[in-house]
Design a protein around this ligand. Structure first.
Ligand SMILES: O=C(O)CNC(=O)[C@H](CS)NC(=O)CCC(=O)C(=O)O
Length: 282
């Protein structure tokens, strides 16, 4: 039985302020007895243009933001799961891009795992934002296998990846199989209102894993705002933690316990014996 925390922040283009928000929620998580803090996608910054995003990205070995979190992880002996940006290779047309990266910083402060977001959020929402993530972000090429941690085998995905059931099912059936899937996010408000909790609950129910989704909340700049509602869902699909959607300037956390018995219980209630013979493996 281990306690975990989700941290909800509002990142802007001020990396120093964003680090201080992350350190605030990390401190709150330590005080609450959590062994891991899950932080949102793009915790390091949310920019207002592709050019600004490219100009702010730093490699992890030269990033005061990443260094600050690594130090905190080591000092407090807790793991930190955090979404950041890294510089990527040039596009064919010569323009620069970034990677949308998720780090697992272990209890010793080391970067133990790294995942690069696969699916790009290129949309034009009616009465909502038009976003073209692929203008500035290089998509990743592969899933990373689930890895053992103090809170079970963690499978890492990011935000818009949540809309695709295949990668989470794949992680849940890997060796070792994931027992907890993390979706750090910065969901838009119009899509979040209708899609956020049903998608998170569906991913938990169909994978029979814990689903942890730390979310950005509030107004990041004149063009971007996020839905908030950070969540932790258990393998039965029950919402264990849900934070609010309003941003009052104060980064917050939600905490709950992750128990192996909950995984076993859900899997025993409804065994999901798949029929690969009829529809192929995903
Ligand atoms: O890279 C950054 O700076 C931050 N990244 C994001 O905010 C990303 C790409 S624009 N947001 C999403 O994927 C939202 C998905 C979403 O809202 C949905 O699927 O409905």
């Amino acid at each position: 039985m281990t306690k975990i925390a989700v941290g909800q922040i509002c990142s802007t283009n001020d990396l120093h302020h964003n680090l201080s928000q992350c350190l605030t929620v990390t401190r709150k998580a330590v005080e609450a007895g959590a062994k891991v803090i899950f932080l949102p996608e793009a915790s390091d910054y949310i920019a207002s243009s592709a050019a600004e995003s490219v100009s702010l990205a730093l490699p992890t070995n030269r990033s005061p933001f990443v260094d600050g979190l690594r130090k905190a992880a080591k000092e407090h002996g807790l793991a930190i799961n955090v979404g950041i940006h890294e510089p990527a290779d040039r596009k064919e047309d010569g323009s620069m891009r970034v990677k949308n990266t998720l780090l697992w910083i272990d209890e010793l402060g080391e970067i133990a795992q790294k995942y690069q977001k696969l699916h790009m959020f290129d949309v034009d929402i009616a009465d909502g934002p038009r976003l073209r993530e692929s203008d500035s972000v290089e998509p990743g090429k592969a899933l990373i296998p689930p890895f053992p941690t103090s809170v079970g085998n963690v499978g890492m995905l990011i935000c818009f990846d949540l809309r695709f059931p295949e990668p989470s099912l794949h992680l849940a059936q890997s060796d070792p199989p994931a027992s907890l899937i993390t979706y750090p996010s910065a969901f838009t408000i119009p899509t979040g209102k209708v899609h956020w909790s049903p998608l998170l609950q569906a991913r938990a129910i169909e994978t029979q894993c814990f689903v942890v989704a730390a979310a950005q909340a509030g107004q990041h700049n004149e063009k971007r705002a996020s839905y908030g509602h950070s969540m932790i869902v258990d393998p039965w699909g029950k919402i264990l933690v849900e934070l609010g959607g309003e941003w009052n300037g104060e980064p917050e956390i939600g905490v709950c316990e992750v128990k192996d018995e909950d995984l076993e219980w859900a899997r025993k209630q409804v065994p999901l014996k798949r029929r690969w013979d009829a529809y192929g493996r995903c």
